[in-house]
Every structure is written in C-alpha cells, then in structure tokens.
Write a protein that binds this ligand. Structure first.
Ligand code: PHB
Length: 394
C-alpha cells in the first residue's frame, strides 16, 4: 500500500512543482522589460542629433509612466560614430550581445543601410528615427522595418518645386558624397527639372569634411541663380556661416532641406536669417499637440525641440501602438507589426500614417528662418508619399 501511494504523491508533487516552474517563465516574460537598443551617434558632426532623438523617445515613454503596452522599457546604447564601416559590428552588439527586442537608429544613411541589412537577416524589429536612405523603405522594405522620419527624396523633391516656383532656372548643388547627400540632390533635381529648372553642376566633398572654401570659390565663379545644399548638424552650422562669410548669399540665394537650419540656429545666428527650407516639421506650427510637446520637451531637457526630437518621440509612439495592440505580448509578432503598419501617429508635426513600405506620408512645410525659429510659411506639398521604388510590400 505504502509503496503504491508514495509514487503517486511524489508524482503529483513533481507535477505541481513542474507546473510552478512551467508557469514561471510566462509570468516573468509578461513582466520582463522590453529591451530597446539605441544605435545613435554620440560623437562627431551628428552627435547632437542623436541626443535629441534619444531624448524625444524617452520623453514619450516617461509620459506613459515608463511603460508601453504594460511593459517596462529597458535601454541599451551603442555610439555608432556615424561610421558605416563599424555599423554591422555595432548593431550586432545590440542584437546578439544585449539581445534587444527592438533597435532604434540611426541618423546617418550609410550606417542605417548596414543596420537594415542585419535587421532583414535576423528579422529584428528596426525603427529608423532619422536616416533618410531611400532604399530602406524602397527595395529593402520589410515587414519588420519602419521609419518615423522621412526619405531623403521627400523634403528634397518638395524644395525642387519651391525653387522653380520662385523663378530660378539654373541651380548648382553641393553636399557630402554619401547616400543622404546624393539622394537629396537627386530628389531636388527631379522636382526642379520636372518644373522646368536645370541643375547645372553638382559639387561634393567627403563626409564629414567641412573644408568648403574651394567649392564656394567654384560657386562664386559660376554664378548660378541659386544653390541647393544638403548638410546637417555641425557641418550645416559651418556651411551656412562660410557661405555668408564668402558674401555669396547677397546674390545667390541658398536653399536646402530643413536639416540645413534645424537644431542649428543658435549656432548659425545672423548667417541663417531669412533662409527658406522645406521639411516635415517647423518651429511654430502652433497646434495644441505641438505646443504641449514643445513645452514638455523644454521643461525636461532645457532645450528647444527640433525635428530630431520629434522623430524620436514618434518612434516611441509607433512602438507603443504595436505593444498596445498585443497587450505587451511581444511574441504576437505578426499582429504587432500589422498594428504598427496601419497606425495613425499623433505626431507633433501633425498626424501621419505609414505607406505600405512603412515610411511616413506627410506634409512638407515651407519654412523661413526668423531668429532661432524655422517659421512655417505654408505647406509646400501636402501628404507627400515617397515613391518607394523597388518595394514589393503592399
Ligand atoms: C542621413 O544621413 O540620412 C541624414 C543625416 C542627417 C540629417 C538628415 C539625413 O539631418
């Protein structure tokens, strides 16, 4: 008797214990934090841009009480140095070493291209909060890759139209010779030439070189109607100042996508006054949503919000949409990705939806620099969708 009872008790005990242990991972999993890996520049010409993105992201999470979809958020970080040569190793630090659930990054298109390749191969969720490389939401589009910023084509194409509308016929371009600069010039050329203008010459220098003098001399001798430039961060500050110091702005107006004057105006000062740019954000939209965002940002970080802060904030909003749709259960991946793809993001820039390629469909504002603000003058192109050339996703 004893013998026959004992195993039964042992078995049921074992079953109970096994049950506890079996339940444990599920309970732990639903409470474990979601691991967010920031891959952003913390050094170099784009360092401040990376900082604004991170602050914007964290501000949204803090506004939600530190949780998205009921899950705490835990952060991991890598400084990508805006160096494409180190990008694959850097993103693998987050994915393989830190085992993050989602990678958020980056600023530099060349680095982002390497990240997107790894994200496609490993199926890691990637949210791009800046880098505009067209191909990321073009031929490389994927169900697990999203962007809350822009394609390089979007503000550039809009500026081409604006420059033609302003009566310019012959324009020279100048930029860094890498994906973002080259695609920006190409997008501008498409918009400008479609409207009857002609890009007469395209000047480049290597990223992140800021020795502009020889190229400015070339512009002075060729006397185009205007110049279109793509630079950003520290490089944009110096370019705008050098352009004015060379006296070129008196006869040859300088245009660009809004990166040329966003987050840079305190450093550019007098030199940037009156500049016209196109971008998916402006400093005085004066909507309740944007006003609240800017006030909170200024309080939290003692700095004026800019386009990069908005893009980081919206990356967190997009992740929140996905996590909420599955009540924080990251294993319901398909459902989560679907909810993200069909999200309407209540952005400080104005509400936007994503294209089938997962890039924002958004208004491109026409802005003018006044003091330390890029003031909105109107909408250059409404609800502009990138053509997403080569994307097979619908
Ligand atoms: C890019 O490399 O895609 C890039 C970098 C900085 C910007 C905009 C685009 O401000």
């Amino acid at each position: 008797m004893k013998n026959s009872i004992k195993p039964a008790i042992t078995l049921s005990l074992a079953a109970a214990v096994a049950g506890i242990f079996a339940a444990a991972p599920v309970a732990a999993q639903s409470q474990a934090p979601i691991k967010v890996g920031f891959m952003l520049p913390a050094t170099g010409t784009y360092a401040n841009l990376g900082n604004m993105i991170e602050n914007g992201f964290k501000m949204y999470v803090n506004e939600q009480g530190g949780k998205l979809g009921g899950r705490e958020i835990q952060y991991f970080k890598v400084d990508d140095e805006s160096d494409p040569a180190k990008a694959t190793d850097n993103v693998n630090k987050l994915i393989k070493r830190d085992q993050v659930d989602v990678v958020v990054g980056t600023v530099h298109s060349g680095v982002a291209l390497a990240m997107a390749k790894v994200a496609r191969e490993t199926k890691t969720l990637l949210i791009v909060p800046n880098a505009g490389a067209d191909v990321i939401t073009g031929a490389m589009c994927a169900p697990n890759i999203f962007r809350t910023s822009f394609t390089n084509w979007q503000p550039a194409y809009a500026m081409g139209k604006v420059a033609a509308d302003r009566g310019h016929k012959k324009i020279m371009t100048i930029t860094w010779n890498y994906a973002a600069g080259n695609e920006s010039v190409k997008g501008f050329q498409e918009g400008f030439e479609k409207a009857g203008g002609k890009v007469t010459e395209s000047l480049t220098l290597p990223f992140p070189n800021v020795e502009y003098q020889a190229l400015l001399t070339q512009i002075a001798s060729q006397k185009p109607d205007a110049v279109y430039a793509f630079f950003a961060g520290g490089g944009a500050v110096k370019f705008v100042k050098d352009y004015v110091a060379a006296g070129l702005n008196k006869t040859i107006p300088l245009y660009g996508p809004g990166f040329l004057t966003d987050g840079t105006l305190e450093a550019q000062g007098e030199a940037a006054q009156g500049m016209i740019t196109t971008l998916h954000y402006a400093d005085n939209l004066n909507t309740p949503r944007d006003n609240a965002f800017r006030l909170n940002f200024a309080k939290a970080y003692k700095a004026n919000a800019d386009v990069y802060a908005v893009q980081g904030y919206d990356a967190a909003q997009l992740l929140a949409t996905g996590l909420k749709s599955v009540n924080g259960d990251f294993s319901k991946r398909d459902q989560m990705l679907k909810a993200m793809g069909s999200a309407t993001i209540d952005s400080p820039r104005g509400k936007f939806t994503l294209s089938p390629a997962h890039n924002p469909i958004q208004d491109i504002y026409l802005r003018e620099v006044k003091g330390i603000n890029n003031e909105v003058k109107g909408v250059a192109i409404k609800a502009l969708a990138d053509p997403a050339r080569g994307c097979k996703q619908s």
